[in-house]
Design a binder for this molecule. Structure first.
Ligand SMILES: Nc1ncnc2c1ncn2[C@@H]1O[C@H](COP(=O)(O)OP(=O)(O)OP(=O)(O)O)[C@@H](O)[C@H]1O
Ligand SMILES: [Mg+2]
Length: 263
């Protein structure tokens, strides 16, 4: 009878201890899930913060570039167009001077003609810099072709350009981003890479267009963050974002650079 009682109280004790142990385990598990969830949320928030920071950097790069572009256009207009038109205006007023000889009228008229031609040439160059007419009228293939020809005629670099796809002129707004990306890549290859050969290839890629770019320049160390402080690359990234695409850039010291993106 006594042994049975002991057994019973033992069993009750075991049950109580087991319950307490389960409760403790449950409590620990709840705590574990609570803290790991908190950690995950914290990590997600940090990731979102980084994304917002990156978007802000891209936006500020776009704004700074826009302002610099405006400054450059204002300077070009002021230095090239306004100054020439001022002299044209002065010369035109001179024509009103009484008792001018035929020779004097001839000289002043020639001055006006020359200066007007220069002003026209300057305005054409400024407009060309803003939006190359070939790109606007004949599309990306002709625009890039002309850009490469201009580079080749400078004798600084040889640009090999190949296109195996067709560009619809209706997509010109999209293509302007591609053109600007290539302009910046070529600038960088010449300025930083000291490249002598550049290759550009457009091809079809599973219903999209693919652009592959490479140079034979000095390249750069991708891990060096100081090398990524310019506005050019940030602008390229924001243009790629406009194209709903992603860009893959690879470079190493003395290995040149390769860049690919779809659009
Ligand atoms: N093709 C390249 N060859 C070697 N280094 C390059 C090349 N492209 C970019 N870089 C390196 O990456 C850096 C960042 O380029 P990015 O175009 O962003 O800025 P930047 O050209 O210095 O200035 P910005 O474009 O604003 O005038 C460059 O300073 C250069 O060190
Ligand atoms: Mg640059």
């Amino acid at each position: 009878m006594k042994a049975e009682l002991i057994n019973e109280s033992d069993i009750i004790e075991i049950i109580i201890y087991s319950c307490v142990a389960f409760l403790l385990m449950g409590f620990v598990l709840i705590l574990f899930f609570y803290f790991s969830r908190k950690k995950i949320i914290q990590k997600e928030l940090e990731k979102k913060d980084l994304e917002i920071q990156y978007q802000k950097e891209l936006l500020s790069a776009v704004i700074i570039t826009q302002e610099e572009e405006r400054k450059r256009i204002a300077q070009d207009l002021h230095d090239d167009i306004s100054s020439q038109l001022n002299i044209v205006s002065l010369n035109s007023h001179l024509l009103n001077t009484p008792n001018l000889t035929k020779d004097e009228v001839g000289t002043i008229t020639e001055n006006i003609i020359n200066l007007t031609a220069k002003a026209l040439d300057s305005s054409r160059k400024i407009a060309h810099g803003l939006l190359p007419p070939v790109l606007d009228k004949f599309g990306l293939d002709a625009g890039v072709g002309e850009l490469c020809m201009e580079c080749n005629s400078s004798q600084v670099v040889t640009v090999n350009y190949e296109n195996t796809t067709f560009f619809d002129i209706k997509d010109n707004m999209k293509h302007l981003h591609v053109f600007r990306i290539l302009q910046e890549l070529i600038n960088n290859s010449i300025r930083h890479g000291k490249a002598t050969v550049i290759s550009i290839l457009f091809e079809d890629n599973y219903g999209l267009k693919k652009c592959s770019y490479s140079d034979n320049g000095i390249g750069f160390d991708m891990k060096n963050k100081d090398k990524q402080k310019g506005l050019g690359m940030k602008n390229i990234n924001s243009r790629v974002a406009f194209l709903n695409s992603t860009i893959v850039i690879n470079s190493a010291v003395n290995k040149g650079i390769t860049v690919t993106f779809n659009f």
